[in-house]
Design a protein around this ligand. Structure first.
Ligand code: AHG
Ligand code: MN
Ligand code: MN
Ligand code: MN
Length: 334
């Protein structure tokens, strides 16, 4: 049996010196995400017993039907971060606009904004399949002590100071980076503590798994169609194995551990793709690069894309470096 003794709380304190501006603010912020994750985890695990499965009855700005757990997780994460007064702004997949925290108080000195997908994979809640949370943290670009503006949120992914995700799966894990590698922590539910279980996580350079919703094949660009055919071809270590959970966090997590590629291309039905640049693609791209992986829209590095709006969607190809580069070749040649 593997015994892990270092807790997430201890790890955060030990690594505080890495932070460029070490006031402890970022540590407190990650701590509050850790707390909200435990609360949401508790609720996710009760789905089926309490009235938390099914639709909430509303539609979010993305045009998606919100699930009860989408709303619950959104509320819990926002409440935890605002009540503790450690951020100056929050943007969420489930909110129409960004939230300025403490904008009335001219003395507030908070420097960080958080962008969040509170519940990723919501179509999997009712069927007892893994879901997740994704978060992304930036330093504000407007002056401290003034209300945040849209400019604080529309920063390129390469400006992130931290990013992470929680996967509520066979076990609950919190995985994050502050730009010094990627570390994974597993929750011991009996005592409510995350322990360092996956230090220095790395994507294998190559992999044998491809993850894509092939039901949309007919609508994909030719380069993606050609790459999928390449994955299925009998040659060398191919055909690859197809694995698609439909929860981005879980698909990403599996591919990081085993080696693989995730693709959500644009299609003739979704011209920009489906996944959200600020809440999904940028944080996972940052984690991927920190773990020796790669993320692109087929042509451009995800982290270099200039965001133009809060809920912007982009095509997303992410995973083991050699696999992503191969997919990019197919895009270029098509
Ligand atoms: P969310 O539940 O946050 O709206 O995200 C859904 C995303 C992502 O989790 C998943 O990989 C993808 O949508 C699945 O889309 P398809 O059902 O179109 O394959
Ligand atoms: Mn959604
Ligand atoms: Mn999502
Ligand atoms: Mn979501």
């Amino acid at each position: 049996m593997v015994t892990q003794t270092k807790t997430l709380g201890e790890f955060i304190i030990e690594n505080q010196e890495y932070f460029k501006y070490s006031s402890g603010e970022l540590s407190r912020l990650i701590n509050s995400i850790r707390l909200a994750a435990k609360v949401v985890n508790h609720e996710v695990n009760k789905a089926g017993l309490v009235d938390i499965i099914g639709a909430a009855g509303d539609t979010n700005i993305q045009g998606e039907h919100q699930q009860k757990l989408d709303v619950y997780a959104n509320t819990k994460f926002i409440q935890t971060m605002t009540k503790r007064n450690i951020v100056c702004g929050i943007a969420s997949e489930e909110e129409d606009d960004f939230i300025a925290v403490n904008s009335q108080d001219e003395n507030h000195q908070n420097k960080y904004v958080v962008l969040i997908d509170p519940l990723d994979g919501s179509s999997n809640i009712d069927v007892n399949v893994s879901v997740g949370t994704i978060f992304s943290i930036y330093r504000r670009v407007t002056p401290v002590g003034t209300p945040v503006t849209i400019a604080d949120f529309l920063q390129k992914g390469n400006q992130q100071v931290a990013a992470g995700y929680i996967v509520y799966g066979t076990s609950t894990m919190l995985v994050y980076t502050t730009g010094h590698g990627v570390n994974g922590f597993t929750l011991n539910p009996a005592i409510g503590t995350f322990y360092l279980s996956h230090p220095d996580m790395q994507f294998p350079e190559d992999g044998k798994i491809y993850s894509v919703n092939e039901g949309n094949y007919i609508h994909f660009p030719q380069g993606i169609k050609n790459y999928i055919k390449y994955c299925q071809m009998e040659e060398g270590d191919r055909p690859y194995t197809s694995r698609y959970i439909g929860s981005l966090v879980s698909d990403f997590h599996r591919n990081m551990i085993k080696g693989g590629i995730y693709l959500y291309p644009k299609s003739s039905k979704m011209y920009e793709g489906k996944l959200r640049l600020l809440y999904e693609c940028n944080p996972l791209a940052y984690i991927a690069e920190q773990a020796n992986g790669k993320a692109s829209d087929g042509f451009t590095r995800i982290l270099d894309i200039e965001p133009t709006e809060l809920h912007q969607r982009v095509p997303f190809i992410c995973g083991s470096k050699n696999m992503v580069e191969k997919a990019e070749e197919f895009m270029k040649d098509a």
